[in-house]
Design a protein around this ligand. Structure first.
Ligand SMILES: CC/C=C\C/C=C\C/C=C\CCCC(=O)SCCNC(=O)CCNC(=O)[C@H](O)C(C)(C)COP(=O)(O)OP(=O)(O)OC[C@H]1O[C@@H](n2cnc3c(N)ncnc32)[C@H](O)[C@@H]1OP(=O)(O)O
Ligand code: FAD
Length: 672
């Protein structure tokens, strides 16, 4: 398999690394893609994107002004959107418009974010999940064909987390058969929605629904905010961009204020509840939170997105570490490649393992999500709470872990990792946002904790629990687990840690209520522990899922691939066991000797993986055009690229900057 056909000679150290690799790289790529046919499909889509010169920037996007950057991003988004519409969807099938490959290939066009990302990312999924069949027929074809461009406007200046606290109102007027949208306070300004500021002409709006004098809580509406021809905001709409941010610089995150803005009754998204012409409110949903469906969907997809982002950072840092040499080990010996340092391996190999752990877990989560959707189609919503608990904690932990691993990758690249041309700062700032958006880390873990506390009480009452918490049935009465230094033993110990922490939370809440606190205060006082318990549960799910899915997926693999995939999964188990030694000591009989043995095995495993490190990141098969990194390209021309990128800085356009004559020289001459 030709991965990237380098135009230049490959750096000799990197070339030697590739000779060391002892497994079939293509086989691992196929595993990551989900099959050989999927690899072929991905490559076809990438070819379409990359054979189009429009993805190239003459000036790096980070060197442009805010306006130029946005305009350039819109230009490229239109080209890319057109390719998706006319060529790529033919390959994936239109029903797979959410294929991660389409999202990822877009990275060939943008180091930062496309202003259109939220259109396909959230607007279209909301139409699919929240419309009646008639509404779907009206809106979806236009959205998929990009005749209308949409955003998802839920968060307000005053509230993001607490959706029930949103202030925008949608008041029904039966005489005119219209809703009147209004922003009654400054805190009710819609705030943050991606693509809303300048790009979108429509948006989905979450607002408090009033009809017949009664508030029925938050509901979704589709709202046209700009004229389709002139793109001017419609009367009653104030819309704009919220200002520079840590990342998402070309995503025109926006604000929106309604001044008694009228929309037809049919623009309420009515799949789960409707308002009749006469104003009667009718709820058809069997579960109170179905309007939150788009958020659940995105939380599910983010786990795979985190795998992708870690694999990008790991590829950059590992290729760079094979090229970079630093510090004599012994006098007069050549400086070693920094990849030879076990401390460097400790920073980086866990990133490769985590990318696999998240990818396999995300496929399993996606299948769970599809099964729940199928249940809901039949009118059964019983499986939704478990999906909500699972998607909440996996979103929280995967985004948080991805962020810290990506930061480690930057540390691993020393000073050069701080350069925007390395792409690590872009990857980091993108992932930093994911920890917050679509539900903040703490808030989502507390949602999972709610589910776990209930599950623990059910286990106590002898009830049989659902799959992801069934370990509580087995471990509810276990005090301390007998340590068993096997892979299954490590997984079981994480389940016992989770069960122990959940049990301790239940006890703390009970003790507090028994001493006179009301339940809400007892819960609040216990939230630090509850977040820890939900994280522990999530770790148990991740370890168990990664291990069992890895074994399944490599059943038919070659012996060498089986071996290296197995080594990565073991590394993941050991890494987390060593990270959580305090918990292991508390909840199992593990001894200092056992932990020393685990540490020794972990260090040996780093050394065993070392020859395959470059092969393993090559297997992610990230083309240079998608990686955008001076440090991580396939040919390893790190220093040449750093110099080429330096020359692109606008400050190097002329030998002397005018500020010298205007300010510095007068200062030097005492004439200022
Ligand atoms: C491919 C991916 C790549 C890119 C993706 C594309 C674009 C990405 C770019 C940017 C996207 C950014 C978009 C956004 O950020 S949109 C805004 C997202 N906002 C949030 O996520 C807000 C977070 N807050 C909440 O979700 C909720 O308010 C809450 C914290 C969950 C609390 O809700 P509330 O109504 O107050 O409910 P509670 O009273 O706490 O709970 C009652 C009951 O309901 C259950 N519940 C809550 N949520 C759900 C749900 N979604 N599904 C099912 N059940 C739910 C909850 O557990 C509780 O159950 P009980 O049985 O315990 O009563
Ligand atoms: C880059 C980016 C893009 C975004 N895109 C969109 C978009 O397209 N559409 C959209 O609608 N929104 C969007 N958002 C908004 C995003 O969804 C919210 O910012 C997010 O849900 C967090 O809400 P918040 O900002 O209100 O934080 P807050 O809830 O104010 O959180 C602040 C702190 O308070 C803590 N906290 C809050 N509530 C609790 C609680 N109950 N218990 C314990 N701690 C708590 C949190 O843990 C956090 O530490 C985007 C945000 C970002 C950063």
């Amino acid at each position: 398999m030709k991965i990237n056909k380098p135009k230049h000679d490959v750096n000799p150290d990197l070339a030697k690394e590739r000779l060391k690799c002892n497994f079939n790289i293509e086989e691992v790529t196929n595993i990551i893609d989900g099959g050989k046919d999927k690899t072929v499909q991905r490559k076809k889509i990438e070819d379409i994107a990359l054979n189009n010169g429009a993805s190239l920037d003459e000036v790096p996007e980070e060197c442009l002004s805010i306006k130029e950057r946005y305009e350039n991003a819109v230009r490229k988004s239109c080209v890319y959107g057109n390719l998706v519409r006319n060529e790529m969807l033919e390959i994936t099938g239109i029903e797979n418009f959410e294929s991660p490959v389409l999202r990822r290939t877009a990275d060939a066009f943008f180091k930062d974010i496309s202003p259109f990302m939220l259109h396909l990312g959230m607007f279209v999924p909301t139409l699919i999940g929240q419309c009646t069949p008639e509404q779907t027929a009206e809106w979806l074809p236009k959205a998929l064909d990009m005749q209308i461009i949409g955003a998802y406007a839920q968060t307000e200046l005053g509230h993001g987390t607490f959706i029930r606290g949103l202030e925008t109102t949608a008041t029904y007027n039966p005489e005119k058969e219209e809703f009147v949208l209004h922003s009654p306070t400054i805190t009710s300004y819609k705030w943050w929605a991606g693509g809303l500021g300048k790009t979108a002409n429509h948006c989905v709006v979450m607002a408090q629904l009033y009809t017949q004098g009664k508030c029925h809580g938050t509901h979704l509406f589709i709202v046209k905010i700009r004229d389709l021809d002139t793109h001017m905001p419609l009367p009653g709409i104030t819309v704009g961009e919220i200002g520079p941010r840590m990342g998402f610089s070309s995503a025109d995150n926006g604000f929106l204020r309604f001044d008694h803005f009228r929309i037809p009754r049919e623009n309420m998204l009515m799949k789960h509840a409707k308002v009749e012409k006469d104003g009667v409110y009718v709820k058809s949903a069997k579960h109170g939170k179905l309007t939150y469906g788009t958020m659940v969907f995105i939380r599910v997809t983010l786990v795979s997105e985190m795998s992708f982002n870690i694999s990008k950072a790991a590829t950059i840092a590992i290729r760079y570490s094979a090229v970079r040499r630093q510090t004599e080990l012994r006098p007069n010996e050549p400086e070693p490649q920094i990849l030879d340092y076990p401390t460097q391996q400790h920073k980086l190999f866990i990133c490769i393992a985590t990318a696999h752990a998240f990818q396999l877990t995300s496929c399993w989560l996606w299948n769970t999500f599809q099964a729940v959707l199928a249940d809901m189609k039949k009118g059964n919503v019983d499986t939704l709470p478990e999906l909500h608990a699972l998607s909440s904690c996996l979103k929280a932990v995967s985004t948080s872990d991805a962020l810290s691993h990506i930061e480690q990758c930057r540390f691993a690249c020393g000073g050069h990792g701080y350069m925007l041309s390395s792409n690590l700062p872009f990857i980091y700032s993108f992932v930093a946002a994911t920890r917050t958006y679509e539900g903040d880390y703490t808030v989502l873990l507390l949602q999972t904790a709610r589910f776990l506390v209930k599950a623990s009480e059910q286990a106590e009452a002898g009830k049989k629990l659902t799959q992801t918490v069934s370990y509580l049935n087995r471990t509810a009465n276990a005090d301390r687990l007998n340590w068993d230094n096997t892979h299954e033993g490590i997984i079981k110990s994480f389940q016992v840690i989770a069960a122990g922490k959940i049990g301790q939370c239940v006890k703390s809440i009970r003790d507090r209520t028994a001493s006179g606190m009301d339940y809400e205060d007892a819960w609040l006082m216990t939230t630090v522990q509850l977040v820890g318990a939900a994280e522990a549960h999530c770790r148990a799910v991740l370890l168990n899922t990664y291990w069992s899915e890895m074994r399944k997926i490599t059943e038919a693999s070659s012996a060498d691939v089986k071996k290296v995939m197995h080594q990565l999964a073991v590394l993941y188990l050991m890494y987390w066991a060593l990270e959580k030694t305090g918990d292991l000591l508390k909840y199992s009989s593990v001894s200092k000797k056992d932990l020393d043995e685990l540490q020794r095995r972990y260090e040996e495993l780093l050394a065993e993986l070392r020859p395959n490190a470059v092969g393993l990141v090559d297997a992610f098969d990230l083309r240079d055009e998608i990686l955008h990194s001076s440090l991580g390209s396939y040919d390893g021309r790190v220093y040449e690229r750093l110099i080429e990128e330096a020359h692109k800085s606008p400050l190097n356009d002329e030998p002397v900057n005018q500020s010298f004559h205007k300010y510095t020289k007068p200062l030097m001459l005492g004439k200022l």
